[in-house]
Design a protein around this ligand. Sequence first.
Ligand code: 1OR
Ligand code: 1OR
Length: 398
Amino acid sequence: MSKAEIPVGLKELLQGYAVEVLRHRPANLAEFAVQHFTSVLEKQKQNQRIKKRSKPAKKGVTFETNSNKPKKDEEEEEKEEDTVKCTTGKYNRRVSVCAEAYNPDDDEDGDSEPRVVHPKTDEQRRRLQDACKDILLFKTLEQEQFSEVLDGMFEVLVKPQEHIIDQGDDGDNFYVIEKGVYDILVLKDGVNLCVGKYNNKGSFGELALMYNTPRAATIIATEEGALWGLDRATFHRLIVKNNAKKRRMYETFIESVPLLNSLELSERMKIVDVLGARVFKDGECIITQGDKADCFYIVESGEVKILIKSKTKAGQQDNTEVEVARCSRGQYFGELALVTNKPRAASVYAVGETKCLVIDVRAFERLLGPCMDIMKRNISQYEDQLVALFGSSVDLKH
Ligand code: 1OR
Ligand code: 1OR
């Protein structure tokens, strides 16, 4: 019998797994192995795709390189050494400025990729900053990375019925909405179903870029609108790299959140990828009763108090607020309006400086489905409390 041969690459593969186990010390080795090897496989596929895809930049974007731009003073020249300036903001969605996908493990400090800068007028920059101020994916970036993101964004004007993204395509850009209404369509049993809308705010197109998967939905403008695009390579270099850091930062905390216990490790990590972090000052209002809801919160540190406006005997609301509950580390709030599709049922205020992890409504619907039963059970308890407090029978779920 011939001696058993060790397949090429086996040693490295197992060593890689062992190193990650030592770095992350996961509670469940088998679950962690599934996640680790899935990510190795995705990277292999990604590298194959890059090899196939690497073509020179096409029309629609021109570069101003050091050789063809007018001479500047030395200091300025030095600052721009690693910068590629794109002199047109013209929208061409099939062209990514730097088509290479970014793998954070290949490039620890990310300095080898040239910076993409789309010059903007002051007025454009102001509009861009305004559109980006509540984008959760940007909320855990350092100031420096955030300004690189802003530099790399380019304006995209869209017409009614324009398809910004088609389900099944490869991902090219990530988009932040400045204005306009956009339908989200998902193919189900051969039929395109409208599963939601973006209404003048938010962002989309992150999934295909983060996980190297085909576009998961079709996005169509229903009216004239304006978007800010960020090309795939810059998204990888700044956002995906930051996600690796976020996973390390939040892994332990997220594992300790009781609500998320029933999720697989990979599902919990997908939550970490899209969450933002916000710090609130003592007394600051986080949620206002009656407002439209667009996100969900988990307390990371500090405490929040939940107040509802009391009702008069005639059942009308007066303006006195009554404290009904508090949430501290690991507890969540702001799910009720998302589950019921109703306005916020209570106001929430920070008690002392409080840090919350924030998940937007779309990610909530996509990723927290498995936790829905627990949330609904807890909502039934709110109803009992409401009856006890105000003596009326209410159904918060409908
Ligand atoms: P993408 O790069 O896959 C389409 O391109 C984008 O649509 C996607 O990133 C998200 O940013 C956005 N499921 C998947 N993608 C969604 C969804 C969604 N909603 C918005 N996008 N669902 C709807 C959740 C309300 C789940 C449908 C079953
Ligand atoms: P939301 O999206 O409606 C306010 O925004 C949040 O406060 C709400 O989701 C819940 O997460 C949270 N009644 C209503 N909302 C409550 C309650 C509550 N407690 C926490 N929230 N009651 C207190 C039950 C202990 C019943 C009130 C009498």
